[in-house]
Design a protein around this ligand. Structure first.
Ligand SMILES: Nc1nc2c(ncn2[C@@H]2O[C@H](COP(=O)(O)OP(=O)(O)OP(=O)(O)O)[C@@H](O)[C@H]2O)c(=O)[nH]1
Ligand SMILES: [Mg+2]
Length: 701
């Protein structure tokens, strides 16, 4: 191998591949193997095949965003394998590219396995053209052999090996075919092998040689010189800055002149790579049939209007299907709910009101809600898994990205936002489909403002009672303010809390394929498992605490600590023009949106609470009171001004996420800081929206 004499690698200790939860090198092995390649070529599938791990695999480019380490045995040796994010090049434009590049540069793995998609050979060889410039033992994996063969492409790994000088194996990571050959190739890599490289001399002309000489004369270390010369000519900012830093003034000036003379370096670099690929694949058995064509369905699926309508229909049907599919698994939850609401409560409460209420209202309700959610989450991720594996999810993100991007969100943010309409807990969980942690956090913070079905019921009912025919314009005004809220919150977060470059979705659309069931079930399993550990128990505990707050000390909402607290801070409610009754209802809505109407019925005297359970009140009494028509009459005659009613509607719409949602926010972020941040922000917003609406109401009515 023609290695740079100066380049020795070695980690400077401050590279991006050292950041994150797991430190590289935390797993010791006899041989360190890095898996690199373009997105969606099957690196994580190979990683899982080798290590038995369950890394996220799906038909969508850009799933792996952090390095992942694992071990496997290899002819008696311990192989330490690192799954790196998929990248198109080793220019540090994004966090993922920086991680992959830093790892290869600074951790000098013993073998770099570069994964190529055999069914899209020419396109995915692009990355290989850059990696061959590194003085590391290489193996090329022509993965997805099965998919290539289905397309009529015959893969000739030997021919590619002869032409590149790099050990090459054809395999299907999905079936495990070619695994032994891969192991063999890893073990037999030759550190003195000579690779065929892109002819950069020819593409760039004399300037390439001049830059190369300057680097050699100045004994540049830390970078392989050929690669560094290419990156300098391609104006890679990090490499230019690093190298200029170590050069003396004269050399720096010389380099500056050379780089200035090289125009359109990025295009020339890309051209050199494609020429190299053409040379390699010429006269090899790659049939025309194998070229990527636009799928017929995409003409409709990607149409700005038709595609959006189709995707909304698919999403809504998907959510309904998820519910139906998982119904049998949700039944235990419903049974517990019925037990808590029915016979068991009738039997236990007369024996001991405290224990009966605690068991039925505090524990069983929480567990039943958790079980129902567990089932639903399994169903939703099953549908999402199918959408991802088939390649449709990528289209969906592409379609919605222009809208979402305007709000600083990701194309995939549409999924959690829609799920939030059912329940904000699902919405927050649904942010998991977003791979970028920054955009995921932004979506996670704005999702709770989406009104869940329980809140929609409250808003619909109250606006109708107080505003009659004006209910529709008021509802529409809420939607407009909600969109402005999402845009502003996202802007604020991106500008001050999570700074970083705003990037649009630049993504190649993966080919459609039949869902790979193994991937889909693994996806569902990992999501459900994580909900069980992170969500289920938090929600159950949140329900229990809610029960305790409304039960103690008096055994009823009116005599609870929560009501006493509401009375104490009542003056705050006046800022929004709310009297103590509306203010307490607002506070209780935080504990459970479902409870809001029921608690209103109790507090305004439309119903008498013989139970303290917030869910029970909402389902039973609120509906009873609404159906009887008394509730509206009580509210209408309760002396609430239209301005106060408007303030209440706005405050409750933009109020704090319910305790369950807050619990899941903690579960998903594992950060007290973020959970408390969301809480404080919502408190401020509740008061702000309530007060502004009150003042606006006073002017209007
Ligand atoms: N037909 C076929 N599909 C495969 C094979 N290997 C992987 N896939 C599928 O290719 C898609 C991408 O696989 P991943 O392992 O997630 O790809 P990756 O390179 O890790 O992707 P990123 O992390 O996004 O860079 C998934 O749908 C896999 O099931 C294979 O050998 N044959
Ligand atoms: Mg991956």
């Amino acid at each position: 191998m023609k290695a740079s004499s100066q380049y020795t690698g070695g980690c400077p200790g401050n590279c991006s591949c050292c950041e994150g939860k797991t430190n590289i090198g935390s797993i010791k092995g006899d041989l360190t193997i890095a898996l690199v390649g373009q997105p969606n070529t099957g690196k994580s599938t190979i990683f899982n095949m080798l290590t038995g791990a369950s890394q996220h695999v799906g038909n969508w480019p850009g799933k792996t965003i952090e390095k992942k380490e694992g071990i496997f045995t290899l002819d008696g040796k311990i192989g330490h394998v690192v799954d790196l994010p998929g990248t198109y090049s080793l220019t540090a434009n994004s966090q993922e590219e920086t991680i992959a590049r830093d790892f290869i540069l600074h951790h000098t793995p013993d073998v770099v396995v570069i994964v190529v998609d055999a069914s899209q050979l020419e396109r995915t060889l692009y990355m290989v053209a850059e990696v061959v410039l590194f003085p590391v033992p290489l193996v090329i994996v022509l993965n997805k052999k099965d998919a290539a063969e289905k397309k009529g492409i015959t893969i000739d790994a030997k021919k590619l090996e002869e032409r590149t000088g790099v050990k090459t194996v054809a395999m299907s990571a999905l079936t495990g075919e070619g695994k032994d050959e891969l192991m063999e190739a890893i073990l037999s890599t030759d550190s003195d092998a000579e690779y065929c490289k892109p002819d950069l001399n020819k593409s760039f002309g004399p300037v390439y040689k001049e830059v190369l000489e300057l680097l050699r004369e100045n004994k540049i270390s830390g970078y392989p010189v050929e690669w560094a010369a290419l990156k300098l000519l391609e104006e890679d900012k990090a490499v230019v800055a690093d190298i200029k830093n170590v050069l003396d003034a004269k050399a720096r000036h010389r380099l500056g002149v050379m780089l200035k003379a090289c125009k359109r370096g990025t295009i020339t670099g890309a051209d050199a790579r494609f020429t190299w690929i053409k040379r390699l694949t010429e006269n090899s058995q790659i049939s025309e049939k194998g070229r990527v064509k636009q799928h017929r369905f995409d003409r409709l699926a990607l149409h700005p209007l038709g595609g959006t309508v189709i995707s909304l229909v698919i999403l809504v049907l998907g959510i309904i299907a998820a519910y139906i599919i998982m119904l049998p698994l949700m039944i235990p939850g419903y049974i517990l709910f019925l037990l808590a609401a029915g016979t068991l409560r009738d039997v236990l409460i007369p024996v001991s009101p405290l224990l009966g209420s605690m068991f039925c209202d505090g524990i069983l309700y929480g567990v039943s809600a958790g079980l129902v959610m567990l089932g639903f989450i399994g169903g939703v991720f099953f549908i999402l898994g199918i959408m991802e594996s088939s390649g449709y999810l990528a289209r969906l993100a592409y379609l919605f990205d222009p809208y979402m991007n305007r709000a600083g969100l990701h194309g995939k943010s549409v999924i959690p936002l829609l799920m939030g309409l059912v329940c904000n807990i699902f919405g927050v969980m649904g942010t998991r489909v977003i791979d970028s942690s920054r955009q995921r956090l932004v979506t996670l913070v704005v999702t709770p403002v989406i009104p869940c079905k329980a809140l929609l019921l409250v808003i619909g009912f109250i606006t109708a009672i107080f505003f009659g025919h004006l209910a529709v314009p008021i509802f529409l005004s809420l939607i407009v303010v909600m969109i402005a809220y999402i845009i502003m919150t996202s802007f604020f977060l991106r500008k001050y809390i999570l700074p970083g470059e705003q990037t649009g979705l630049i993504m190649e659309l993966p080919p459609y394929q039949k869902p790979i069931w193994k991937d889909v079930f693994m996806y569902v399993y990992t999501k459900v498992k994580s909900f069980w550990y992170r969500g289920f128990w938090f929600i159950t505990i949140a329900f229990f605490l809610t029960w305790a707050a409304v039960y103690f000390p008096g055994g009823s909402i009116e005599n609870s600590y929560l009501a006493a607290f509401g009375h104490t801070i009542e003056p705050l409610g006046r800022i929004m023009g709310l009297d103590w009754r509306l203010f307490i209802v607002l506070i209780i809505s935080f504990f459970s949106k479902e409870a809001t109407l029921g608690v209103m019925a109790v507090i305004f005297g439309a119903a008498v609470s013989d139970t303290v359970n917030v869910n029970f009140i909402s389902i039973d009494m609120a509906i009873w009171a609404v159906v009887n028509g008394d509730f509206g009459a009580y509210l209408a005659s309760a002396g609430i001004t239209p301005a106060s009613a408007l303030a209440f509607i706005y405050a409750v719409f933009f109020s704090l996420p319910c305790t369950g949602t807050l619990a899941i926010i903690y579960g998903e972020t594992r950060s007290y800081k973020w959970t408390a941040g969301v809480l404080c922000y919502s408190v401020v917003m509740t008061f702000l929206m309530g007060s502004l609406a009150y003042q606006a109401g006073r002017l209007i009515f």
